[in-house]
Design a protein. Structure first.
Length: 113
């Protein structure tokens, strides 16, 4: 029901913007987020917005990444600046609340040094 896009190959210090599209209605679900999973590592939270107001970031991306929400669709975008090789991962958009938890197919971000 969700599809992430915008990934690609970028040099260290570069920028990418990730977007998330929904095929169904998810407007009432309170939490939108981005997660990532690097090779050989567990999936981790990158950034989230709760009820359109409470924003949280992983320490590793604070000051470099900005999450925003398309209010009309309740889907998250992720602006990534000053990318580092350690940001290389598959990025997933997520919408969750109550007993609902939707994941998008990931988009690969590769940062070369």
């Amino acid at each position: 029901q969700l599809q992430a896009s915008g990934g690609g190959l970028v040099q260290a210090g570069g920028s990418l913007r990730l977007s998330c599209a929904a095929s169904g209605s998810i407007r009432a679900i309170p939490v939108v987020a981005w997660y990532r999973q690097a090779p050989g590592k567990q999936r981790e939270l990158v950034a989230s917005i709760m009820n359109g107001k409470i924003i949280d970031y992983a320490d590793s991306v604070k000051g470099r990444f900005t999450i925003s929400r398309d209010d009309s669709k309740n889907t998250p975008d992720l602006q990534m600046n000053s990318l580092r090789p350690e940001d290389t991962a598959v990025y997933y958009c997520n919408v969750q609340g109550g007993n609902l938890n939707y994941w998008g197919q990931g988009t690969l971000v590769t940062v070369s040094s």
